[in-house]
Design a protein around this ligand. Structure first.
Ligand code: SAH
Length: 516
């Protein structure tokens, strides 16, 4: 059966896609219906029809799924922030667990039985978890000031000062800022004309420190009646930093480059586990600190550190994972492309009196090969936490050459994770554990931590290690064989020299068999 635009159909939702959209089938024709959940029986209208599938709009829920819940937020459907608030939290977790597993099967080429999935780590209370909010400010049709969130895939603002994912004090701060704008006749910025002053209100909150930061992003360099506004904001317990961020560009990018402190410090401080971090308006910082701690603890557990290890943390951001690892490792090296993040990482290391972490600015795909080829650097454990597009293949190739005992892969996109695991598995790394962590309840996003390891000692034939190489390394280690044992005829002989990665494997094997 084929359908066309504007056709009405009744469909039962059987699955959910990667963006949380419901998926159902009618006579072999697949329909994607946003705002539905598995188990719903709905009436939907085809908006875009292809030969075998189409996208439809929800018209009416005829029989709600038993897993459907009333979203707490009245704007859950329009708002671009949440996608699956209408699904019970328990089922959200099941959906995310399934999403990881499906990608590993479909993209990674794993068999279901081979995937060592651990039960996903969810939140006890999956609300008010975000420590950062950026509210766009604008006007409604009547010209009243509003603040809220962008509707899905658009830049029209839904007026909503009470988001259930953010902290409760956000609403109080927005009320103060908007009342101030009204009192001083301060216009909101208008994206289409490029006129007006206040673009966004950025609020950050330290879950542990209880420190609050308010930063107004303005299309100008000052705010009328600043003293008055400061006086009111300062009354809020925990207020630590009030600043302006200057952004005069006609752009979607929220923050401009320059900041100006109006009152207090430029930054707030917060802790994750035992490590303290200084966070300025510009800093990248994980938005769900409760789950981040669980995620990093897993990464640390998987790294299996005993105190003598050299660890590389690729895509290290402000060094959050690096500093966590540094507690248990001999030495940690972090690599990150954004120079400002590396400055934060270094400052955070100093702040925590951590001296065994060193940071490099650059692309992982350039820094790592360079350090490896030229300086022969070494790693017992490599941790990666790449952006959504995953690791460049050249990074994976260098990692494999470096032959770490363990690789810990932290991922925010299980599709690219699956692709990269397929590569690493092809190079002899075994996937030992796959752990989902729900950092973003009510959205479709899920974080995954994976432990991979390789047992070199049992890999000899696979590595094609020749006897010549073994004897070379034996000599280096001063192990047995007598004087003439496999000795090359002259020391400057043209015999090939054992490459570094094979030397490492052989040394590993010696250790394994207790002959070193
Ligand atoms: N591990 C950090 C941040 C991970 S986010 C934390 O937990 O806080 C991914 C990071 O990778 C970002 O900071 C981004 O700037 C950085 N990045 C993106 N492409 C990169 C590349 N090619 N090489 C190194 N870092 C990169």
């Amino acid at each position: 059966m084929e359908y066309k635009k504007n056709d009405l159909l009744t469909v039962t939702i059987e699955d959910m896609g990667h963006d949380g959209e419901g998926i159902g089938k009618v006579d072999g024709y697949t329909v994607f219906v946003k705002d539905t959940v598995i188990g719903d029986k709905v009436q939907a209208k085809i908006m875009k029809a292809k030969k075998n599938y189409g996208y439809a709009r929800l018209v009416e829920i005829m029989e709600p799924s038993k897993d459907r819940v009333e979203p707490r937020c009245a704007y859950a459907r329009q708002c671009g922030g949440c996608q699956i608030q209408a699904l019970s939290y328990e089922k959200q977790l099941a959906y995310k667990q399934q999403k990881i597993e499906n990608n590993l099967i479909r993209i990674g080429g794993f068999q279901k039985e081979e995937i060592p999935m651990q039960p996903i780590i969810g939140m006890e209370d999956p609300y008010h978890y975000r420590n950062k909010a950026q509210f766009p400010v604008g006007c409604d049709k009547e010209g009243h000031l509003i603040a809220g969130f962008y509707a899905g895939r658009t830049h029209s603002i839904i007026s909503n000062r009470k988001c259930y994912l953010g902290v409760e004090v956000n609403e109080q701060i927005l009320n103060l800022v908007l009342a101030h704008m009204e009192a001083y006749d301060i216009p909101a910025y208008d994206e289409t004309t490029g006129k007006g002053l206040v673009r966004h209100v950025l609020i950050r909150y330290g879950f542990q420190s209880k420190e609050i930061m308010v930063c107004l992003v303005v299309n100008g360099s000052r705010i009328p009646g600043a003293e008055d506004l400061i006086a009111k904001l300062r009354e809020i317990p925990g207020m630590t930093s009030i600043s302006l961020n200057i952004n005069r560009e006609k752009t979607n990018v929220i923050l401009g480059r320059k900041g100006k402190v109006l009152w207090g410090q430029e930054y707030i401080t917060d802790t994750i586990g035992p490590i303290a971090y200084q966070i300025s308006p510009q800093s990248f910082y994980q938005v769900n600190p409760v789950q981040t701690q669980k995620l990093y603890e897993k990464a640390l557990e998987y790294a299996g550190l005993e105190g003598n290890e050299t660890v590389w943390d690729l895509y290290c951001g402000i060094g959050t994972i690096s500093l966590f690892l540094a507690q248990k490792a001999k030495q940690v090296y972090g690599v990150e492309i954004v120079p400002a993040a590396i400055e934060d990482a270094k400052r955070n290391a100093t702040l925590n009196h951590i001296t065994n972490a060193e940071f490099f600015v650059g692309k992982a795909e350039e820094v790592l090969p360079e350090k490896y080829e030229k300086e022969g650097i070494y790693a017992d454990v490599i941790v990666v936490d790449p952006p959504r597009k995953g690791c460049e293949e050249s990074v994976l190739a260098t990692m494999v050459k470096m032959q770490p005992k363990r690789i810990v892969y932290v991922s925010c996109d299980s599709a690219t994770l699956a692709r990269d695991l397929k590569y690493l598995r092809g190079e002899g790394y075994e996937v030992k554990k796959v752990q989902g962590v729900d950092q973003f309840p009510h959205t479709v996003h899920v974080e995954t931590v994976v432990l991979l390891s390789k047992d070199y000692a049992l890999e000899h034939s696979g590595l094609k290690v020749s006897n010549l190489y073994i004897s070379q390394i034996k000599r280096k280690c001063g192990i047995g064989g007598g004087k003439n044992y496999n000795l090359p005829k002259s020391e400057d002989s043209r015999q090939p020299q054992c490459p570094l990665e094979k030397e490492k494997a052989i040394r590993e094997a010696f250790k394994y068999f207790g002959i070193s």
